[in-house]
Write a protein that binds this ligand. Structure first.
Ligand SMILES: Cc1cc2nc3c(=O)[nH]c(=O)nc-3n(C[C@H](O)[C@H](O)[C@H](O)COP(=O)(O)OP(=O)(O)OC[C@H]3O[C@@H](n4cnc5c(N)ncnc54)[C@H](O)[C@@H]3O)c2cc1C
Length: 405
């Protein structure tokens, strides 16, 4: 086996440099013969790619039973369903300092991550589908909450290093109209965040799959029933989304979300230019532009393992979206789909070596933010495998906070 080379992954190198202050920490760079990644959706693919391209293991194998999407990508995971927003600021909430810090750290890694993926991106639209976000409040109570959350985000000392006050600002109604002329004039308050936006999660899955293939990653098309019996590996990375709970007894619960995919028809109003987020009638709503259309999301229910799309969910999404973007009625309703967000009790993912099983590395429990947290998760898993320090912001997400027994 060749020696692991963390510098082959600029994203991992950047994340680790932040922690190590550019110094050689002297940490042992330990590789592995065979690493098995359980789950081949967005998190599993990103981890497998990072491990393979840094030569951290001689062999990287993904166990993923679902190859039902184009190019063999899985469609049953949340990674296929998601809105693809990169949203630490729009989701910022006082008391969630660690969630916010992790999100901001990952947001900073996205430009390098996308650059490294560029050679593997299929021909067609780019992975990044929007580069900014507007957050709207449509009544006075929402406006107060939005002002409070954004002042908290702006005052938070993790907002450094390339993402700063200039990227997040309150905008006037006139500025909002000029930036997003197709929206109804319903906003009482609005903020613009220039570094957020969204990626097209389905193109991301395709690009990661191609990148893994290019680095020699292989797939076993089987579901893993038990960590003890089924997996022949030196190290195991658990990236099975809401399926991780059953495999490792983790406190992850499925939170169902429904989204609609709309396709533009000739003559219909242009979709918003960036991501639009709002609360409408007390419900969260987002509109995410995509090549040729937009994604409308998302409902949220604690119904266990239920992936059926309901009439009430679709009705609410369409009614709320039409209040913000009246031109929606002319679009084709191309797809209605539901997925399961793998949520943890504290809204942080579970990242790092299991406290009771040193062979096992967790990369799971990403809840609402798994797309956004993909680069920092891959960097953290890579660091754990190499015995290097994990990125500072990932320390709060370590697996021993839910130590079993
Ligand atoms: C409606 C909705 C909207 C969302 N919007 C956003 C958003 O805008 N931005 C954002 O950052 N995040 C968003 N998310 C969250 C994001 O999709 C998830 O956090 C992310 O997909 C988690 O990735 P994952 O790879 O861990 O799990 P998943 O994408 O759920 O994939 C898990 C994979 O593991 C496989 N698997 C499961 N069990 C086993 C087993 N035993 N053996 C082998 N394989 C197994 C499954 O087949 C599946 O392919 C959204 C989620 C939903 C549902």
């Amino acid at each position: 086996m060749t020696a692991p080379d963390p510098t082959a992954d600029p994203v991992a190198a950047e994340a680790i440099r932040e922690t190590a202050g550019d110094a050689d920490t002297g940490a042992a760079r330990v590789g592995a013969r065979r690493v098995v990644v359980i789950g081949g959706s967005v998190i599993g693919l990103a981890c497998a790619w990072s491990i393979a391209r840094t030569r951290t293991a001689a062999e990287v194998v993904i166990y993923e039973p679902d190859d039902s999407g184009p190019g063999g990508v899985p469609t049953s995971g949340a990674g296929w369903v998601a809105g693809g927003m990169l949203a630490p600021f729009s989701e910022a909430w006082p008391g969630e300092e660690s969630v916010f810090a992790l999100g901001v750290a990952s947001l900073r890694l996205w430009p390098d991550f996308l650059e490294a993926l560029a050679p593997h991106t299929p021909p067609g639209p780019p992975i990044r589908s929007a580069t900014h976000t507007h957050m709207l409040a449509v009544d006075d109570a929402d406006a107060r909450d939005l002002d409070m959350a954004m002042s908290w985000a702006l005052g938070n000392d993790v907002v450094v290093g390339g993402i700063n006050d200039a990227d997040l600002r309150r905008v006037t109604r006139r500025e909002l109209r000029e930036a997003e002329p197709s929206l109804a004039r319903v906003a009482r308050a609005a903020y613009r965040m220039d570094s957020e936006g969204a990626v097209d999660n389905r193109i991301l899955l395709a690009a990661l799959t191609r990148a893994c293939r290019a680095e020699g990653v292989t797939w076993v098309r089987e579901e893993v029933a038990s960590l003890d019996d089924d997996v022949d590996a030196d190290r195991v990375v658990l990236a099975a989304g809401s399926g991780s709970a059953a495999l490792a007894g983790l406190p992850i619960r499925p939170v169902k979300g429904e989204v609609l995919r709309l396709r533009a028809r000739p003559g219909c109003e242009d979709p918003p230019r960036g991501v639009i987020r709002a609360f409408v009638r007390g419900r969260p709503l987002y509109l995410v532009p995509r090549d040729g259309g937009l994604v409308v999301g998302a409902t949220q229910y604690e119904h266990g393992d239920d992936r059926q799309v309901t009439v009430a969910g679709v009705r609410d999404l369409l009614a709320d979206a039409e209040m913000i973007f009246p031109g929606i009625g002319e679009y084709e309703l191309a797809e209605m789909i539901a997925g399961l967000r793998p949520m943890t009790p504290d809204n942080l993912p579970i990242l790092g070596v299991d406290p009771d099983d040193p062979r096992l590395i967790h990369a799971t429990g990403h809840g609402r933010n798994g797309i956004a947290l993909t680069p920092i998760t891959a960097a953290t898993v890579g660091a754990e495998l190499q015995g290097a320090p994990v990125p500072e912001a990932a320390r709060a997400a370590r697996a021993d906070r839910f130590r079993r027994g």
